[in-house]
Design a protein around this ligand. Structure first.
Ligand code: ZN
Length: 154
């Protein structure tokens, strides 16, 4: 009797594992932050891609500056980072060549409700960044992710 129950339980467990596997593959592909597991919307304006061979072939998805800090603490050698363009969130650009608008309070409303501050909005040109700075009326423009992160820390 006891063994029977054990069998039932193990059967149920394997069935559940099977079903979980089925559901995860059946659902449309979703992106989650590799640091905090939070969902990253496809058109998120704060979305970093970290490419590093030591971390595997697929790029890591990072949802925010906060999580980016965490991953850099974990592996300080990470340098190949891309960032979603604020004006065209589906496109990514090299983070060390991006112009960031940081320390803008008003940009938060446009960055999306899912986004965790501090916001580092990335633009392809200084002109674009200046246009955003003018639009929101605050913030500082900084070239390159490293410098932007440093300025946010202060
Ligand atoms: Zn995250």
């Amino acid at each position: 009797m006891c063994q029977e129950e054990m069998k039932k339980i193990s059967l149920l467990t394997s069935l559940m594992i099977l079903m979980t596997g089925f559901y995860t593959t059946a659902l449309p592909a979703e992106t989650h932050c590799n640091v905090c597991s939070m969902k990253i919307l496809e058109n998120s304006r704060q979305h970093f891609l970290v490419r590093d061979e030591s971390l595997g072939k697929e790029p890591l998805h990072i949802c925010s500056v906060t999580c980016l800090h965490k991953i850099k603490q974990f592996n300080s050698k990470i340098s190949n980072i891309e960032v979603a363009q604020f004006n065209e969130p589906l496109k990514f650009l090299k983070a060390d060549k991006a112009f960031f608008l940081v320390k803008s309070e008003k940009i938060k409303d446009d960055a999306g409700s899912m986004v965790m501050p501090p916001i580092a909005a990335a633009f392809t040109t200084q002109k674009e960044a200046q246009a955003a700075q003018k639009k929101y009326g605050d913030g500082t423009i900084i070239l390159g992710l490293e410098n932007a992160l440093k300025s946010i820390e202060k």
